[in-house]
Design a protein around this ligand. Structure first.
Ligand code: BMA
Length: 842
């Protein structure tokens, strides 16, 4: 026994190190950066944070005030007109210096950067979306080395490009004196948007490091699913390798720790490794089952050194289906062979200063997305191709991603240098994102096709026929040729559409073919009810603004500017007539507000009321309509916008409503002439029998009419039950009754909703005196128990401290207890204030 143990110890101490292989890549960190304004050479260098931006570095060094506070945005516009320099010293050890290759990698440089190593100019970059790699071995020495990056003012730099074009290219959201944004491959929304500030920043916005390696290196992998059935998933793993020696390499592939492949190859640049996963566990989107991910490890070694590449692989198929039918052409996604109704939102960058978004913040918002019952986000084309961590989280949480290429609402140049730059950008990002289980679709641009046909540009910019032909040819070259070609070359497993939408909302065809952006509500000032008739095949944009939470407003408004007309408030509302539009709709549906808190509350209710109508219309028209993505999920700074979650991740009323409206099974009602139609929309992929409970009651809880029905709901189907309105409901006062709807499956409630017969402002709500009891649990959470003798309409709880409420902006039904859970990290006890519609005078 003793001897045996000795052997084991010997083996562990001595044998393992002898047999294990050394890492083939040594990563040299490049940090300790400093920066300065380039025009003042004698000015001292300030410490910088990389990844970062010049604005956030200036803020950290107290050179500028908080760009998001008050009207500071205006004061900080000088920064974009300056050039900025960053420098770092890094050490290359003797051992590292012996490597055959020393490769400097920038995962992102924003944007026009001259890169110098030991005072020698290495390169000039011109695209923030590209990964830049340079073999710098000949420029390096052992020991201390210097890296300098000189950022040209993106604004000044691109003016020369603007001048080269004989026509003006539209860029309506660009608030610059000269519209340079479309000439620069840089996040369009940095130049200003109708929800965002203008901060044309610069900096090393993604990681930078040096890779020291010899003989071989894995460049990238591609998991190509060849066949999927219940018994197995067959893949071709395409490994792009850089092998500089004549010796063969070993390739060892493990899935969940089990070795599936162990082969030898002398391949120099590419090798295909077929492998099978038996009895595959599928990856499903949120709501449909587990989003299962396999751990895949590819090891490449030459007997001496090894490199390992780790991946999370979701086994699934996702296809965009666009069959023609008697009405037009459908637009839906099939996941693992089943048509899936997409419920989600449009996603914009989470911060005007992109690297400021922490992983924890991304994780938090994606958890909110999951708990809102969403299964899709559209990464909108005016921002960025997100960081890898974003797609990792989407894989983990089962959130499908509709990925736009970064082009929005404008027209772009077509010269060969620009197109070539876009080509490399596309290749970099397709390769980076294609293996994610969450990826569902590539889309060329946001609204550019619609804009070309419907936004009156030809007249506005006075293009003649030949200008128009050239511009349109330029558009086609990128969106109808280059990008689809790159997608089919590097990612043949995902579909591509050239523009979202194909047809603008002003044309009837928009509701018959493909995806649609419906902006008749908001931009067209149409009433919310219009959502019921303007139902497209897939609603990829529609939305309405609301003010953010009071806590958020408190953070960006000075005390003396706490009103809607103050300069500070107006500078955080980027839509020219945003407040006026909110007010107009509010007047149609809700009582008027008399102070700021009420304005916040009512604007949020108005937004949530409108979007509820839209979602119910989209879902009850399934399968004609197969998706609903409202505009917009989030904010990039504290602002008044279309978002449902604000910059500080404070949910608006809409966030709570979406959770209800996106439930896996939705029950809703709709009056149609003399009928009231109750719809049950099921996203379950199996049929079920449900028990429907309907109660018409007054606001004191007296039941006037009730009905129980057994309803068979088909798999992925919609069941509609019609009630004669006159017989059942009309005799009751529509201003003081409502229909409570519940759907049960095997005695548990799977869906509930309330239908009111008139606008909220016309309801005759009794005075409410809800009872509230707060209990602190041992876990640190609070239970808020609420009960009332009368209906409390649109009950909003406002906490004195930061925390998360399990529900808010709900209807508290008469005589029914409701328990809300409040989670907080703070140690002081919360105090809750309440607002509800009953307190507003008609
Ligand atoms: C949509 C988007 C954005 C814009 C939003 C609200 O069409 O694509 O361009 O912010 O409208 O106006």
């Amino acid at each position: 026994m003793y001897l045996k143990n000795c052997k084991i110890i010997f083996y562990c101490l001595f044998a393992l190190p002898i047999f294990s292989k050394a890492q083939n890549i040594d990563k040299i960190s490049v940090d300790n950066f400093y920066f300065r304004k380039a025009s003042a050479n004698d000015v001292k260098w300030f410490p910088a944070v990389v990844p970062g931006t010049v604005h956030t570095d200036l803020l950290k060094n107290k050179v500028i005030e908080d760009p998001f506070y008050s009207t500071n945005e205006q004061k900080l516009q000088w920064i974009e007109k300056e050039d900025w320099e960053y420098k770092s010293e890094f050490i290359v050890s003797d051992e590292q210096y012996k490597s055959q290759h020393l490769e400097l990698v920038f995962e992102g440089l924003d944007t026009y950067a001259d890169v110098y190593v030991n005072k020698v100019k290495l390169a000039s970059t011109n695209n923030m979306y590209r990964t830049w790699k340079f073999d710098i071995k000949p420029l390096l020495k052992k020991g201390k080395n210097e890296l300098i990056i000189y950022f040209h003012s993106a604004y000044n730099y691109a003016i020369a490009d603007v001048k080269k074009y004989s026509v003006e290219l539209p860029a309506g959201n660009d608030r610059g004196e000269v519209k340079t944004s479309v000439f620069t491959r840089k996040a369009p929304c940095q130049y200003g948007w109708d929800w965002g500030p203008r901060f044309v920043t610069c900096g090393i916005w993604r990681p930078v490091y040096i890779q020291a390696w010899s003989d071989f290196k894995i460049n990238d992998l591609y998991f190509e699913l060849v066949k999927l059935d219940e018994a197995k998933a067959s893949y071709n793993l395409k490994v792009n390798i850089n092998s500089t020696s004549n010796k063969s390499l070993n390739y060892i592939l493990k899935v969940n720790g089990k070795e599936l492949v162990n082969i030898n190859s002398k391949a120099k640049d590419e090798i295909t490794i077929p492998f099978n996963i038996e009895d595959p566990k599928l990856w499903w989107p949120n709501g449909y089952g587990e989003s299962y991910l396999y751990d895949v490890e590819l090891e490449v070694n030459n007997g001496k050194n090894s490199e390992k590449s780790l991946h999370k692989l979701g086994v699934r198929t996702v296809k965009l289906m666009q069959p023609k039918d008697s009405i037009g052409s459908a637009f839906y996604f099939e996941v693992n062979g089943s048509p899936i109704f997409m419920k989600g939102a449009n996603y914009i960058p989470m911060d005007a200063f992109l690297p400021s978004t922490t992983l924890a913040k991304k994780d938090s918002i994606l958890k909110m997305v999951v708990s809102s019952n969403m299964n899709m986000l559209r990464v909108w084309g005016g921002g960025i191709y997100e960081d890898n961590s974003f797609y990792d989280l989407c894989d983990k949480y089962g959130i499908l991603v509709w990925q736009d290429f970064m082009f929005a609402c404008s027209l772009y140049p077509w010269d060969s240098a620009f197109v070539d730059n876009v080509k490399h950008e596309a290749i970099d990002n397709i390769k980076r994102i294609r293996n994610h289980a969450s990826l569902a679709l590539w889309c060329g641009n946001n609204e550019m096709n619609e804009a070309w046909h419907n936004w009156g540009w030809q007249k506005q910019y006075k293009w003649n026929a030949s200008d128009s032909a050239t511009i349109w040819h330029g558009y086609q070259a990128i969106f109808e040729k280059l990008l689809p070609d790159m997608v089919s070359l590097y990612d043949n497993q995902h579909s591509y559409v050239s523009s979202s939408p194909k047809i603008g909302w002003g044309r009837a065809d928009s509701y018959k073919n493909g995806d649609s952006h419906y902006w008749g509500v908001w931009w067209g000032m149409a009433p919310f009810e219009t959502y019921k008739t303007k139902v497209g095949r897939f609603a990829s944009e529609y939305g309405f603004q609301a003010m953010p939470d009071f806590m958020t407003i408190n953070r960006f408004l000075p005390k003396d500017q706490m009103n809607i007309n103050s300069a500070a408030m107006r500078s955080h509302q980027k839509h020219a007539s945003g407040f006026e539009t909110i007010n107009q709709y509010q007047k149609w549906y809700f009582p008027e507000s008399s102070n700021l808190v009420h304005s916040i509350y009512l604007s949020q209710l108005t937004q949530s009321y409108g979007i509820k109508i839209a979602i119910e219309a989209h879902r009850s028209n399934k399968p004609y309509c197969m998706g609903t993505l409202y505009w917009q999920l989030n904010d990039c700074w504290p602002s008044i916008s279309w978002s449902s979650i604000d910059y500080y991740l404070q949910p608006k009323a809409l966030n709570y409503q979406v959770k209800r409206s996106y439930s896996h099974v939705l029950i809703c009602a709709e009056k149609n002439n003399d009928k009231l139609i109750v719809s049950i929309i099921s996203d379950k992929l199996r049929a079920f029998n449900g028990k429907l409970n309907l109660k018409l009651m007054n606001f004191k809880g007296i039941v006037i009419w009730q009905k129980q029905e057994s309803v068979d709901v088909s798999a992925n189907g919609v069941a509609k039950i019609e009630y004669k309105y006159n017989e059942n409901f009309k005799q009751n006062d529509s201003a003081s009754t409502f229909l409570q709807m519940e759907l049960l499956e095997e005695d548990s409630i799977i869906s509930e909703n309330n239908y009111f017969f008139c606008y909220p402002k016309n309801l005759v709500l009794p005075e409410a005196k809800p009872f509230m009891q707060i209990e602190k649990l041992k876990t640190g959470e609070y239970f808020i128990k609420l009960k009332s003798k009368t209906l409390v309409k649109d009950y909003c709880l406002m906490s004195s401290i930061k925390g998360v409420l399990s529900d808010n902006y709900f209807d508290l039904l008469p005589n029914q207890e409701k328990i809300i859970v409040f989670k907080t990290k703070e140690t002081i006890s919360p105090v809750f204030e309440s607002i509800y519609l009953n307190d507003f005078k008609k």
